[in-house]
Design a protein around this ligand. Structure first.
Ligand SMILES: *Cc1c(COP(=O)(O)O)cnc(C)c1O
Length: 413
């Protein structure tokens, strides 16, 4: 279980595993190759670790967090899509979804914490627009894994846990007077010090294969790979992850051989990858992200505002789109809000993460433009939701701010 090697996508060489994030010789991503080609779902293992065969870890952690695939009869009826499936990673007890921090970033955090422990350990440094930081804060609270979380000041309110930390010193929260891009830069400065380790973002295979369990869960539940996969993206890591999981499922042989078309959505007015994709070219800072600071400040889903996504790199978002086909969608706040309201109305009042509302709105646009046919099999990746229920059922405990620094500052830790 979990036996794997790491391979450089661009050069093809096998790399040693010591929480390795990149190849020294080539740019682009590295990828896992698993010893087992056919997936065994290990129901006896906790939460997402049922997919241990295709996670870069040997051990597990105690958790109920997993993606959960179900059919919402009412949503199917409302949208006229009989073969629509929702894969939900959030908190929704009626559907047996118990992700305490409410987003699919926990699918990243759980295997990352295990991968790190199995490969030397260290203090993780995580830059976040909110959800990733909260997921890692929960890991620190529950398992004592030390983490430094760097977020823009405006995201500090998204940092909470649902339990008292077993070791309060394990979590250090740094707020930056700036946006997500400034938080990423500050995290890089901190991670350059000895003993600290960048979590890695898209470069971290544990993050990608963790997020890839969404498609695994969909395929296993439906009995085949869907024709279409819808997700809102900021970095696009989840889209890359879906592609990689799809290639593994195709090689498995029991879930069909055609990979799902990817429908990846961003939130207007900040839609750099949509712009680049429409013209089938590399991402261009000036052209695709004009007035980035202002654009980022007005979107309803701040987790979708990554300014340096792994788009053009070997193994990145562009290659994923070229391989799978599909499209990218630009969704405005009003359409997202409306889609969120629709979901909430048919699913017990569950509030969607604004990003998941963007994905739902993209699905609606795809119906309207005829990009999908009514009988197609579709997976809608609901990447987060149920926050109101988390507050009600579990209660939340804010993470205290350790240090607040200016955009170019380095906190003393
Ligand atoms: C991070 C996040 C996304 C975007 O994920 P990618 O890394 O771009 O794949 C979408 N929805 C939610 C709720 C998120 O937290």
């Amino acid at each position: 279980m979990g036996e794997y090697l790491l391979r450089c996508v661009a050069g093809g060489e096998v790399l040693p595993e010591h929480y390795t994030l990149s190849c020294k010789e080539h740019s682009g991503l590295i990828r896992t190759e698993y010893a087992v080609q056919q997936l065994t779902v290990r129901q006896e293992l906790p939460g997402m670790f049922r997919y241990l065969d295709w996670l870069p870890v040997r051990g597990t952690l105690s958790t109920r967090t997993r993606p959960m695939t179900f059919q919402s009869k009412e949503l199917c009826r409302e949208l006229g899509l009989p073969n629509l499936w929702v894969t939900f990673t959030g908190y929704y007890p009626e559907r047996e979804c118990f992700v305490p921090t409410g987003s699919f970033k926990e699918l990243e955090a759980l295997p990352t914490v295990v991968r790190l422990a199995e490969n030397g350990g260290g203090v993780l440094v995580v830059a976040s627009a909110g959800n990733t930081g909260r997921a890692f804060a929960h890991m620190a609270a529950e398992f004592g894994t030390p983490v430094i979380i760097v977020v823009p000041e405006s995201s500090a309110k998204s940092l909470w846990t649902v339990i008292e930390p077993i070791d309060p010193d394990a979590i250090k929260l740094i707020t930056i007077r700036g946006d997500y891009a400034d938080a990423i830069a500050a995290a890089d400065r901190i991670a350059a010090s000895p003993g600290y380790l960048s979590e890695g973002g898209a470069k971290n295979v544990a993050r990608r294969d963790g997020m890839g369990t969404v498609l695994l869960d969909a395929a296993v539940t439906i009995g085949r790979m869907p024709d279409h996969y819808f997700q809102a993206i900021g970095s696009g890591t989840g889209g890359i992850a879906a592609w990689e999981a799809a290639m593994r499922l195709a090689a498995d042989g029991r879930f069909g051989f055609e990979v799902p078309r990817l429908h990846l959505a961003q939130n207007l007015p900040f839609v750099p990858m949509v712009n680049a994709w429409k013209e089938r070219r590399d991402l261009l800072l000036d052209r695709d992200m004009p007035n980035a600071v202002e654009a980022v400040s007005v979107v309803s889903a701040p987790v979708l505002t990554n300014r340096s996504p792994p788009y053009s790199v070997p193994g990145g978002v562009f290659e994923a789109m070229m391989f799978c086909g599909g499209d990218m969608w630009a969704i405005d706040n009003a359409a997202a809000k409306e889609a969120g309201r629709l979901f909430s109305g048919v699913e017990n009042g569950i509030d969607l993460d604004p990003a998941a509302a963007v994905a739902t709105a993209a699905l609606i646009s795809a119906i309207e433009t005829g990009a999908i046919a009514p009988q197609d099999t579709i997976t809608l990746n609901i990447t987060g939701g149920g926050y109101a229920r988390v507050r009600e059922d579990l209660g939340i405990i804010p993470v205290p701010v350790t240090a607040a620094v200016t955009a170019n500052g380095i906190p003393r830790l």
